[in-house]
Design a protein around this ligand. Structure first.
Ligand code: FES
Length: 79
């Protein structure tokens, strides 16, 4: 599966870097590097909902604090 995190300036200010780092950490912990592809994109034109993340065509709104829950609910069961 493919997860895309917005690294545009508004999302960056809301912590997209921490979101990406947290996801990288969780992916490594669960040994999912082969299954989960993490990438970044520029502004997804949804700045007020940042940090924007796209997973299989669905858009999520994350904060660094919510990232672990997002991973557990949306990624882990489907990986
Ligand atoms: S900067 Fe992320 S949606 Fe605009």
């Amino acid at each position: 599966m493919k997860i895309t995190i917005c690294i545009g300036s508004s999302c960056h200010l809301k912590g997209s870097r921490q979101v990406v780092e947290k996801l990288q950490e969780l992916i490594a912990q669960h040994d999912l590097q082969e299954k989960v592809e993490l990438s970044g994109t520029f502004c997804m034109e949804n700045c007020q909902k940042g940090v924007c993340a796209m997973l299989d065509g669905r858009v999520f709104s994350l904060t660094p604090e919510q990232t672990e829950l997002f991973f557990k609910e949306e990624i882990l069961p489907k990986a």
